[in-house]
Design a protein around this ligand. Structure first.
Ligand code: EPS
Length: 384
């Protein structure tokens, strides 16, 4: 079973992860993972932390001579900022300063109540989206696995604070992705990118933050990944859970998503065609590549909304949890908008979920074995 765990606090020494269930023989280097870590750190609207960090992974186990061994892969991403936070995190003398004014919208207050602590820092250090640095590292192992079998995952940002990108032309995902990669907001359109940047500037001037919407697309998926037979094997449910688990994500759609509410059945479904050249295929993709909890061979389409980051430079009303008196919410260094990063994190977690389901279908202990399993199944489908 392909799975992972992460550990680490935002301003602790390091973030770590263990990835288990990776087959042997997969080419994997720290440089490959670092490319994704670098992508996660980009984007207009990020705060000063990204100028301090230059995220790089160390692979501590599970890889020898550039290939996976089949044993657990352990990863470390060190926090450069630890040096500046040592005193707050672990004072040499005296008591650590307490943070007692929870930020509305963050994990601060429910976390403090749940874990019975009056120091909100005990909660926010782990709830911080800093954790996504090592999550991307872990999930990039899965991405490497998918890539080996021709499955690619892309993303782009379509909305920041109401500045919307409406795709005018029907471009393939690779092209949209290339354009997004060249944009400061990961938006495929340069004009909309500029509008988004101005919207972010305005929010920053007002001490405010912004949310938005991104899309993730995966191509090259064979039909039959996931299953209709049980709730926790349905791929759409698993993907929605994975994307929703990213900090600040509040909604996930597959394919037409909420748009299905207004479409009649005759326009909502993707009619089935067959040609010897293309096999079974569709001319539309309202389903977003998943029917009955399984891939159907069409591209996977996911859309998700991120709420505005709850740390505000012009803080909201809150209560000091030691005095119970009115107090403005804590002001921590933060981002104005992290949509570009969130879309990169989403690519990663989608890759992990797809790779896990892919391994359930074709799984073996080595890349060679999986390749043989996949080839055998695709041969069956050719005769189907
Ligand atoms: C982040 C690092 C954090 C935040 C951000 C994400 O660093 P710091 O708290 O030291 O500024 O910039 O996290 C949040 C916005 C949040 O609300 O938790 C990162 O590396 O992505």
């Amino acid at each position: 079973m392909l799975r992972y765990l992460t550990a680490g606090e935002s301003h602790g020494r390091a973030l770590t992860a263990i990835v288990e269930g990776v087959p042997a023989g997969l080419e994997l280097t720290a440089e490959y993972i670092d490319t994704q870590l670098h992508r996660r750190q980009q984007g207009y609207g990020r705060g000063a932390r990204q100028k301090i960090e230059k995220d790089q992974v160390e692979i501590l186990s599970g890889v020898r001579l550039g290939r996976t061994l089949g044993s657990p892969i352990s990863l470390v991403v060190r926090n450069r900022d630890w040096e500046n936070w040592k005193d707050a995190m672990k004072p040499q003398k005296g008591r650590a300063p307490m943070l007692t004014n929870p930020r509305p919208g963050h994990a601060d207050l429910p976390g403090a109540m749940k874990y019975l602590t009056k120091d909100v820092r005990n909660i926010l250090e782990r709830s911080s989206a800093r954790e996504t640095a090592v999550r991307v590292a872990a999930c990039t192992v899965a991405r490497r696995l998918l890539e080996e079998f021709g499955i690619e995952v892309y993303s782009w940002v379509v909305d920041i604070g109401g500045v919307r990108y409406e795709p005018g032309e029907d471009l393939p995902p690779q092209r949209l992705f290339e354009r997004a990669e060249a944009s400061d907001t990961r938006c495929p359109d340069p004009d909309v990118t500029e509008k988004m940047k101005r919207r972010i500037d305005r929010a920053q001037r007002n001490g405010d933050s912004l949310g938005g919407i991104f899309e993730v697309v995966a191509t090259g998926l064979p039909p039959g990944i996931g299953s209709h037979v049980h709730w926790d094997r349905k791929l759409d449910a698993r993907l929605a859970g994975a994307v929703m688990s990213i900090q600040a994500i509040k909604g996930v759609e597959i394919g037409e998503g909420f748009g299905f509410a207004t479409l009649p059945g005759s326009k909502a479904h993707d009619e089935i065609f067959y040609t010897t050249k293309r096999g079974y295929h569709r001319r539309t993709n309202h389903a977003g590549g998943i029917e009955g909890g399984m891939t159907n061979g069409e591209p996977l389409l996911i859309r998700a909304v991120m709420k505005p980051i709850p740390t505000l430079m012009k803080p909201l009303h809150s209560v000091d949890i030691t005095t119970r008196k009115t107090h403005l919410a804590a002001v921590e260094r933060s981002d104005v908008c992290a949509l570009p990063s969130a879309s990169v994190v989403a690519e990663a977690v989608v890759a992990m979920e797809l790779a896990a389901a892919f391994m359930e279908k074709f799984g073996g202990d080595s890349i060679r074995e999986i390749r043989r399993n996949l080839r055998g199944y695709l041969g069956e489908l050719e005769r189907f």
